[in-house]
Design a protein around this ligand. Sequence first.
Ligand SMILES: C[S@@+](CC[C@H](N)C(=O)[O-])C[C@H]1O[C@@H](n2cnc3c(N)ncnc32)[C@H](O)[C@@H]1O
Length: 328
Amino acid sequence: MSYHATVQDVYRKAAQNPDAGLCCVPQAPKYLPGLVIPSIMHEMNYGCGTTVHAQDMTENQTVLYVGVGGGLEALQLAYYTRRPGGVIAIDPVAEMRDAAQANLQEAAIHNDWFDPSFVDIRDGDALDLPVDDDSINLAAQNCLFNIFETTQNGQPGDLEKALSEMHRVLKPAGRLSMSDPISPRDMPEHLRQNAELRARCMSGCLTYEQYLNKIVEAGFGSCEIRSRRPYRMLDRRRYELEEDLLLETIEVCAYKTPVPNDGPCVFTGRMAIYTGSEDQFDDDKGHVLVRDIPLPVCDKTAVALKTLNNPDIAVTPSTWHYTGGGCC
Ligand SMILES: C[S@@+](CC[C@H](N)C(=O)[O-])C[C@H]1O[C@@H](n2cnc3c(N)ncnc32)[C@H](O)[C@@H]1O
């Protein structure tokens, strides 16, 4: 049996009987003034971070949310779009779509600015999105893509298909906001093959480098790492491991911009600082460091600046918390 049947089964049950322990968000949902979140949406928060960031919101944008769950993030995104169909939410599990619809009706009772028509819930699959090419400004998924299997024996995997679908539907320069678990090393085979654990977002995840590579291979030329923190411990005794495996959760925003010839721009919170005798340092590649003022730089630029071995240029380590500005 393919793992897809297990995924459907897990989320059918999670729709019918809210399971607060399924996935686990190591933080409270963002506070948005004037937004009241019904308690059922908290109980059905099956994400592992947030994909809702004010800096991604623009006027009249159309947002796609894949894997609606209980509707919490669809509601938060609708807080910004505030028009019928401003958020399109996709889910292949009928019981989950029904639950999200009911939860949004409940949300309308508590939020007079909100109408359930603001979220267009559609039957569909991340692997074959029922959405036109180049039609979406912001696409998001929370804790779904880690479940998907990757390429095996030369056959494109579900993760590759899902990322390629997100790339297809986004407008040029559109944004893909994602939150997923990552693993510090390759997931051991006996856990990777466990369909139930995979469906519950515990054993399908990739390493940071593998996850980023998949995003870039799908054609996203620039990525921002907005957050990275502990998610779940797979302890050696219960999971039959040689040593404990601490999974992290990562929040990433990827841009549909061409991948530069010398590789993607990946921002992880690194800064470059010039402290020399001139007013500024110009690397002649578009990066001007004003004396003593930190400039956010992508990892590619950070490495290039370090390679100069200039004692007047300091480059700080990744904070995994990038919020904008800087080079590229
Ligand atoms: C881990 S839950 C995350 C729910 C929601 N994003 C959240 O943060 O609470 C995964 C969701 O994806 C849905 N799902 C499962 N397989 C899917 C697929 N192939 N395409 C789109 N959604 C899928 C499930 O029904 C469920 O709603």
